[in-house]
Design a protein around this ligand. Structure first.
Ligand code: 4AD
Ligand code: MG
Length: 430
């Protein structure tokens, strides 16, 4: 019976065969412990000299790290392993011998590991992080599908910029100029006028010369957009969505969180509603905390966000930022037009901004005025204005950065480990 490690609980006491790689190995004179991995999980195979033929025991003792093999044996419960099962091996068949696998169980530096990312992905910790990422994606589709949203895919190649022109990747589109998408938002607004509530999930690109633990050049964003919803309605969607994602990971990634040594007590309290603080009050709070460098009207940096987040156990919304430091499309607060109806959601424990969102301007004249102030001319933006000409309605939306969310929930220091093949300032390889 051929099966996988993730399914062995169904075969306790039975003999099964698993296709696997050798992750690690320990052996003494009469016994060999093989740490097996098959992509679905990790499991120990125990090879006892007296129970197998001589050839199989020789293979078990000499097999090299990352060689591939078929292992056959009986599944038994093992209360000492976090996985709960192991295999008493009865026979082994080598598929391919790996020679001098570069990532040994000893410590390696981050640059070496990043150079070998195509192999590093096989390690237990990286495997756990990608499984958490996968669960966040699954829970995202579940949340939006059960709340009446339609998934809409915005284009990657665009003629316009959604988040300002300085961080655009330029390319040629035959004879025209084109850019890689920074955000699908403008297209999602068009989609919201056609489908009501929509969400996207796709890659976005920022030519940012930032080399921090929170910045990727290519990252994945989830962008919901909702017709007939104002700023406050949007915050409620955000806190419910993020709570659902965190609780789903807690429920479905127990082993992974254990491998990652994540303090899950910090995640258990992540339930809606989330606290809210205005930008004005956040500036005051920072000054109280001794940040003399921040003045009203300036954007917050990572240390500021971390200091604000420290006052809360849950993610915190910072709302009503100065209009001048935010994107052209944000709705000014009618009661106070120098601030926008917007919010950033800051994750706890220093993981920084995971969501940026706002109510969008729905008045044609005001949008035209903002275009002028931001120097947005040319055909590339005309269609976006037209959305305000034909049945314009209040609408809001937001973008959640997947990798920063994975970093927070998995408890991973740097976003480079939260995406299979990170694109960083100085890295396009592998
Ligand atoms: O705050 P941002 O720039 O917002 C937008 O792009 C909006 N158009 C979204 C919308 O309203 N539909 O980006 C949204 C999120 C950030 O909060 C952050 O989590 C993530 O995207 N992000 C990055 N993640 C990794 N590396 C980068 N360079 C990132 N830039 C933004
Ligand atoms: Mg932002």
């Amino acid at each position: 019976m051929k099966t996988t490690i993730s399914q062995v609980h169904k075969y306790v006491g039975e003999k099964v065969t698993i296709g696997a790689w050798l992750a690690n190995k320990r052996s003494s004179g009469k016994i060999a412990f093989l740490q097996l991995r098959d992509g679905t999980g990790f499991m120990q195979g125990v090879v006892v000299k007296a129970d197998v033929d001589e050839e199989a025991f020789t293979l078990a003792k000499n097999i090299t790290q990352e060689s591939s093999l078929y292992v056959t044996g009986t599944i038994v419960e093992d209360s000492r392993s976090p996985f709960g099962y192991e295999m008493q091996v009865s026979s082994l068949e080598l598929i391919h011998e790996a020679v001098d696998y570069p990532i040994t169980p000893k410590e390696h530096g981050p640059e070496f590991l990043m150079d070998h990312r195509h192999l590093w992905l096989r390690s237990k910790k990286q495997h756990a992080i990608m499984k958490v990422r996968n669960e966040i994606i699954r829970a995202t589709y579940e949340f939006f599908n059960t709340h009446g949203y339609t998934k809409i895919d915005p284009p990657i190649l665009t003629g316009s910029s959604a988040e300002g022109s300085t961080e655009l990747f330029h390319t040629k589109y035959f004879d025209e100029d084109a850019y890689l998408s920074q955000s699908g938002q403008l297209y999602m607004e068009a989609a919201a006028m056609a489908f009501g509530k929509v969400f996207s999930f796709g890659p976005t690109f920022r030519a940012e010369k930032s080399k921090t633990r929170r910045h990727l050049i290519e990252f994945w964003m989830i962008e919901p957009e909702m017709a007939f919803m104002d700023h406050n309605d949007s915050l409620e969607v955000q806190e419910q969505y993020v709570s659902h994602v965190v609780q789903s990971v807690l429920e479905n990634c127990k082993l992974e969180l254990q491998i990652l040594e994540r303090d899950t007590s910090k995640l258990e309290s992540i339930q809606a509603p989330f606290p809210r603080i205005t930008y004005d009050d956040a500036v005051k709070l920072l000054k109280e905390k001794g940040f003399d460098d921040i003045e009203w009207g300036e954007d917050f940096g990572a240390p500021h966000e971390t200091a604000i987040a420290e006052s809360y156990e849950k993610p915190v919304f910072i709302t009503h930022y100065p209009l001048d430091i935010k994107a052209f499309y944000m709705q000014p607060d009618p009661e106070r037009p120098d601030v926008a109806l917007c919010a950033d959601l800051i994750a706890p424990e220093g993981y920084g901004e995971i969501i940026g969102g706002s109510e969008r301007i729905n008045d044609l004249e005001l949008m035209e005025q903002r275009y002028e102030e931001h120097g947005l001319t040319g055909d590339a933006y005309q269609w976006y204005l037209e959305l305000r000409k034909y049945g314009s309605v209040p609408h809001s939306g937001f973008g959640l950065g997947l990798e920063r969310t994975v970093a927070w929930i998995a408890g991973v220091e740097h976003v480079r480990e939260t995406i299979p093949f990170p694109r960083l300032l100085n890295r396009l390889y592998p």
